[in-house]
Design a protein around this ligand. Structure first.
Ligand code: IVH
Length: 744
């Protein structure tokens, strides 16, 4: 389901538990997507900073709502799950990640923190090993009986891909360890490619019209994932050992430096630049020296890793979530280069956001040819920061300008500065389009009428017709709290949209007219689903179809399910439109206020002037703020949307809002919480029922709660109610209270 976009920008401190839960779900999904694109596809779509911001937000919400931390929270994962082409290897000791430091002060604080944790005074020794941070991909190589038996990528940190055959082709990785090495040992380190080899191979690939890679790291990753080890063998991959997983009998040396020395004795390559540093000053001096030598090194590095040398201290320091307390990565600043801005293209995202992309005179930044860079948003181009204050000293960016491009890691490069002394006299300020380049609808920046602050993002208002947003909007349209058509979810939307069968909400209700094409699409969708399951489970297809398929096989059932939803409560229809800021609660509020669709539509259209009676009445509804009102009115003002709505209304008949039956309702104005397993109604039904009776339904028990309805399995909420003296009843008690015999 789609999450109401309103939560996205809300400060963490203002989120209520419902919103926080939704927001965590959204972040988990979004971050997993970025991880997949970064790690599995080698094709990230956001900058490091944007990615970090998402993670920070996730962490901040989790810190405020520790109970809401999800199983699949990004804070519990590193990287992405292994792709399907290779079998999986569970790491007996997880392969974790490192925290980053950018400033010297963060490194100093890292060591100070370790001292505090270990209760070491300032005078006590706390040596670190400083190692170049190789920009490759990490690998775990398991030796049993001194023979290489398995090699695996990091994957999600707990389970990686089995790349044994490919790793065996890396000349620098010994197939056997000498006598004296432990019976079982997992050596960990980085697979990488020299810059010169990368450039030469990439040139060859380009000449042959084949696929090229953005940088040595991606090239190494791509090479290691080859299905045919022969291909991997043809790539001059290299390896540095710097860590380990399981070792039978424990680590055979007492320090990181000692372990590196042993690795070298065993014939494993270790980085010759690594240095033992007794003090912070030594460590920082190492960082600066390596920074100077960086460009001349044969391979890419992106920083320095400091590790507390003594393993007994490492043991005591342990880990916090996904990184050790005994190590930190001190990253190098991003590389910057000047080039000319040739043009600005506008991309439209799935949520309708218009993002400017810089088209650059190609330039090499840190060994990578850069042609595109993000310009973030309209204000950024104009020299205005997120807080409304000037950035770059207020300098705007114009087409033809000489600009500074920065590339940090492998993520999308950005433009950080502009050289005014080289601006052409006839360069004009860039005019950001106020129309969506995909569908031609108006693109607007939301303003908060109360504060005057404007959203930095300009968005397309053609939600129902814009090809860039269509699939997302259609998925929302059929989602559980919207039209909720049985057997009709994301998969069906994807399949029917791809088949050209559904291009607008109304099309869903005219599918009967295209029954043959629908049958074909249903068949193909089912085949694809079965193939996917097969791949996932690794098993051959079962003869008997899973129940969801059986139902789906029957196109008539699907058409009947669609017909059954031609008439739905008004608030569901309003919610289904996917108007910005209109979540479930708001949709109910609007339905309750306007009762019928005709009245609602008329009022919203009349309110377009933003000053007459219709607008004033709308704006005056308690719970309707200026931002929300503007978003709804803008939506209805868009001719494309009105056409789509007219077409839809020829197909469906929303049911007038029944209003709240508060007279005689024993729960009117009361705050009710449902918990535990409800047997006679779903949670959604319970909520709807309570709301119809004028009650407010809350997600957690507080002093304000009037009644807790607890089914079997109720836990913490029941306890909280007892502590706060909140009245509690069970499901039967609830029905008795509201005077309605429970339906069987
Ligand atoms: S130690 C538990 N040492 O950096 C600590 N990592 O950002 C394990 N890396 O996943 C990592 N050079 O792929 C360590 N000398 C080095 C490294 C290094 C590169 C990579 C490694 C790790 C990532 C963390």
């Amino acid at each position: 389901m789609t999450h109401p976009p309103a939560d996205r920008e809300k400060p963490v401190k203002d989120l209520d538990p419902f919103e926080a839960e939704r927001e965590l779900a959204r972040l988990a999904e979004e971050i997993a997507g970025h991880d997949r694109r970064y790690y599995a596809d080698d094709a990230p779509t956001v900058s490091d900073a944007e990615y970090d911001e998402l993670r920070r937000r996730n962490a901040a919400i989790e810190a405020r709502f520790p109970k809401l931390v999800r199983e699949d929270s990004p804070s519990r994962r590193v990287g992405t799950t292994a792709a399907t082409a290779f079998s999986k290897v569970a790491h007996r000791v997880p392969m974790l990640s490192l925290d980053n430091a950018f400033a010297d002060a963060e490194v100093v604080e890292f060591l100070a923190r370790a001292r505090r944790f270990l209760r070491l005074g300032e005078e006590a020794a706390l040596d670190v090993m400083a190692e170049p941070k190789i920009d490759g991909l990490s690998l775990s190589i398991r030796y049993e009986g001194r023979k290489l038996v398995v090699a695996a990528t990091r994957g999600d940190g707990f389970e990686g891909e089995n790349v044994t055959e490919n790793v065996k082709t890396i000349r620098e990785v010994p197939r056997t360890l000498p006598a004296g090495a432990p019976e079982i040992v997992e050596v960990r380190g980085e697979v990488y490619l020299d810059k010169a080899d990368f450039a030469e191979l990439n040139r060859g690939f380009a000449a042959a019209g084949g696929r090229t890679y953005a940088n040595p790291r991606n090239f190494a990753a791509g090479s290691l994932r080859q299905i045919d080890p022969g291909v991997t063998a043809s790539r001059p991959l290299k390896f540095f050992a710097y860590s380990w997983g399981e070792i039978l009998g424990g680590a055979p040396a007492p320090t990181q430096s000692g372990m590196l020395a042993l690795f070298a004795q065993w014939g494993l390559p270790t980085n010759p630049l690594s240095a033992h540093c007794p003090t912070v000053a030594d460590a920082l001096a190492f960082y600066r020296r390596i920074g100077r030598e960086r460009a001349g090194l044969p391979y890419d590095i992106d920083g320095v890793v400091y590790k507390i040398d003594r393993l007994d201290l490492q043991e005591r320091l342990g880990f916090v979530s996904r990184s050790p307390r005994w190590a930190i990565a001190h990253k190098f600043p991003a590389e910057q280069v000047e080039t000319v801005l040739r043009g600005i293209d506008i991309q439209v995202g799935r949520t309708g956001s218009l993002t400017p992309v810089a088209r650059l005179e190609p330039v090499t930044v840190g060994g990578v040819v850069v042609q595109n860079a993000t310009l973030h948003n309209e204000d950024y181009i104009a020299g205005i920061g997120g807080d409304g204050a000037p950035i770059r000293g207020g300098k705007d960016i114009r087409i033809g300008d000489t600009v500074t491009v920065q590339r940090a890691g492998d993520v999308i490069p950005q433009i950080v500065d502009v050289d005014l002394s080289r601006r052409s006299p006839d360069a004009r300020p860039y005019r950001f389009p106020d129309r969506c380049p995909v569908c031609g609808s108006h693109a607007v920046r939301e303003g908060n009428p109360d504060t005057g602050a404007r959203d930095s993002v300009r968005r397309c208002t053609g939600g129902l017709i814009c090809e860039a947003q269509l699939v997302e909007k259609l998925r929302h349209f059929v989602s559980r709290l919207a039209f909720d058509i049985e057997g009709f979810g994301d998969r069906q939307i994807d399949a029917f949209h791809a088949a050209g069968l559904v291009r607008s909400p109304a099309d869903i209700f005219t599918l009967r007219d295209r029954k043959e094409a629908l049958k074909q699409a249903v068949f193909e969708q089912r085949e694809a689903a079965a193939r996917e399951r097969e791949e996932k489970s690794g098993k051959k297809r079962q003869k008997s179809l899973a129940s969801e398929d059986r139902q789906f096989t029957n196109v008539d059932n699907l058409l009947a399910a669609i017909d059954a939803r031609r008439s739905i409560p008004l608030h569901r229809l309003i919610y289904a439109l996917g108007i910005r800021h209109v979540g479930e609660t708001t949709a109910k509020l609007l339905a309750r206020s306007y009762v019928g669709w005709t009245e609602f539509e008329k009022a919203m259209t009349a309110a377009a002037d933003r000053e007459g009676d219709a607008w004033r009445e709308f704006d005056a509804i308690e719970g309707v703020g200026g931002t929300l009102a503007t978003a709804v009115v803008d939506f209805f003002a868009e001719q494309h949307n009105r056409d789509a709505l007219d077409a839809l209304m020829r197909q469906v008949t929303p049911i007038d809002d029944p209003g709240v039956r508060t007279e005689g309702s024993p729960v009117a104005g009361k705050t009710v919480v449902f918990t535990g397993t409800l047997e006679r109604m779903t949670r959604d039904e319970a909520k709807a029922m309570a709301e119809r009776l004028g009650a407010k339904v809350a997600g957690s028990v507080s002093k304000k709660t009037d009644l807790l309805v607890a089914g079997p399995g109720a836990g913490s909420k029941l306890k909280a109610a007892a502590e706060l003296g909140v009245k509690t009843t069970d499901e039967a008690g609830w029905f008795e209270l509201i005077g309605k015999a429970p339906s069987p």
